[in-house]
Design a protein around this ligand. Structure first.
Ligand SMILES: Cc1cc2nc3c(=O)[nH]c(=O)nc-3n(C[C@H](O)[C@H](O)[C@H](O)COP(=O)(O)OP(=O)(O)OC[C@H]3O[C@@H](n4cnc5c(N)ncnc54)[C@H](O)[C@@H]3O)c2cc1C
Length: 469
């Protein structure tokens, strides 16, 4: 069971949700119970005695994880007429990485040509703007400046980024002089900038609620407080995928003191198809399936060959300002740093500015992702102060910086493992990669995952419908 304290910690929303949204969220949540005559063993019961065999609980498609990726895919499948169960271990949707980011709609500048990140970011940006416009979801196409704080960065970094953007089809980015930057953002000090007019920001929580609402309108079910604790593939049982879930009775006693009953129930469900969109846990879930043997005695499991890549973690901390708020109208980024995009200034739809995230690598020996501390470290104020002053020298007092929140990136490399950090792409592993029909894993879905979500969903839906014949 997830310890109560840890769950409470995760339930803290870094971005405020309005009471209206909270209400609409609760009204759209179906707490489907997956509790059936239970088996607590770590493998499904033998085929002959399996209580779920005659589909006590069977679904066409299970999507593990109700972050922005799982929500987008569930919606995409549901509108194509598929029966979808969305399984989420927390008591609400999108409590993890999807709610702990900059809420920026990226243009598609940074990523190598033809990479999945480049492809899905550019396509996802178009889809996301259109989705928000069609549904009146608050967003702003405010634009972004990547600023050179040293003259050498203009030629080396900004020109390289402009070429990269152009080769990704993002042809509207322009190199602008420091004089032009002054006209756009008078308080920014720099030697020149790359201006990206198609970058923007989105009210991501309203976006998530729309995705969930549409998925549910098309018949999808959301099972919250339900954790996938084991998974396997049985080829001989009509190529079924099995998920073992543990459902916690989550009592909300209306005092906002969420508590979990000590009771929890474990059961197996069978699925024709499974999408593993479990974010920080996605590699662990993939390993459950790919390391397990078929329980059938005539084992002809094909899953041995492919090994899921391991996810490492890099924490990103944000600071907000207690006073002295700059009047930025654009997103302001430094040139990127290894592992991240640099401590940037992002604005929200209310005009509030926050700074971050930095890159703090988590020890590779961490056994449980839940052990990563989500409380932001105020001691980083000094580091943030110096980084921000490089482009916003009007910040003259470190004490106005307030540690705000933390997000965790699922990374596919780590400086202590890989000597020189290169580029890691998203990994979307479908049947062609691992050989198991109807199964898709999404790994290393760090930035620009929010921007890319609708394009990733489009791709995964095609993969599954194709494998469905
Ligand atoms: C600091 C930071 C800043 C970022 N900024 C941006 C940005 O500005 N723009 C942008 O485009 N992208 C940004 N990103 C990337 C973006 O936030 C992520 O790519 C995206 O949120 C990933 O969504 P997800 O659904 O894969 O993961 P999550 O949001 O983590 O969702 C996974 C879900 O799976 C659930 N789950 C896990 N294990 C289980 C289990 N065993 N059983 C059931 N459920 C389970 C979790 O509870 C969780 O709800 C940023 C990321 C970080 C960390």
């Amino acid at each position: 069971m997830i310890p109560t304290l840890l769950l409470r910690k995760k339930l803290l929303h870094p971005f405020p949700i309005s009471p209206t949204l909270k209400r609409s969220f609760h009204s759209t949540t179906t707490n489907l119970s997956l509790v059936v005559p239970s088996s607590s063993s770590s493998t499904p019961p033998p085929l002959s005695s399996n209580p779920l065999r005659s589909s006590d609980f069977h679904t066409e498609i299970a999507v593990i994880g109700a972050g922005v990726i799982g929500l987008s895919i569930a919606r995409g499948l549901a509108v194509r007429g598929k029966e979808v169960v969305l399984i989420e271990r927390n008591s609400h949707i999108a409590q993890e990485t999807s709610s702990r980011n900059s809420q920026v709609i990226h243009a598609g500048i940074y990523y190598p040509k033809d990479s999945l990140k480049a492809k899905f970011c550019v396509r996802g940006k178009q889809l996301l703007y259109r989705y928000c416009q069609d549904r009146n979801i608050s967003h702003s196409n405010c634009g972004k400046l990547i600023v050179a704080t040293h003259p050498s960065q203009v030629q080396s970094d900004l020109c390289r980024l402009q070429q990269q953007a152009h080769s990704n089809g993002v042809t509207d980015v322009q190199l602008i002089s420091k004089h032009d930057v002054q006209l756009l953002e008078p308080s920014i000090k720099c030697e020149g900038a790359l201006y990206s007019p198609s970058s923007g920001i989105v009210d991501s929580h309203t976006f998530f609620l729309h995705l969930l609402g549409e998925a549910q309108d098309h018949g999808s079910m959301l099972a919250v407080n339900t954790k996938v604790v084991s998974a396997m593939y049985q080829q001989r049982e009509r190529k079924k995928l099995w998920l073992q879930t543990q459902t916690n009775n989550h009592n909300n006693n209306n005092n906002n003191n969420d508590t979990i009953d000590s009771s929890s129930a474990t059961s197996w469900m069978s699925c024709d198809m499974v999408v593993n969109a479990a974010g920080l846990w996605a590699d662990q879930i993939a390993r459950m399936i790919h390391s397990k043997q078929d329980t059938d005695s005539n084992n002809d499991n094909q899953s041995g060959a492919w090994q899921p890549p391991r996810q490492y973690f890099a924490k990103g901390t944000y600071f907000s300002l207690t006073r002295k708020r700059p009047d930025f109208r654009h997103l302001v980024y430094p040139v990127p740093e290894p592992g991240g995009l640099g401590i940037h200034a992002s604005i929200d739809l209310a005009g509030q500015v926050k700074f971050g995230p930095d890159v703090e690598w988590i020890d590779t020996n961490i056994a449980n992702v839940d052990d990563i501390e989500y409380t932001p470290n105020p001691d980083k104020a000094d580091q943030f102060y110096h980084a921000i002053r490089q482009y916003w020298p009007e910040l003259d007092d470190m004490t106005v910086l307030q540690a705000d929140y933390v997000g965790i990136r699922p990374k596919l490399s780590h400086p202590s493992v890989t000597k020189q950090l290169g580029f890691d792409d998203f990994v979307i592993a479908g049947p062609n990669t691992h050989g198991i029909p109807g199964l898709v894993h999404l790994l290393g879905i760090e930035s620009p995952g929010l921007t890319s979500s609708l394009a990733i969903a489009e791709h995964v839906v095609e993969l599954l419908l194709l494998s469905d014949g």
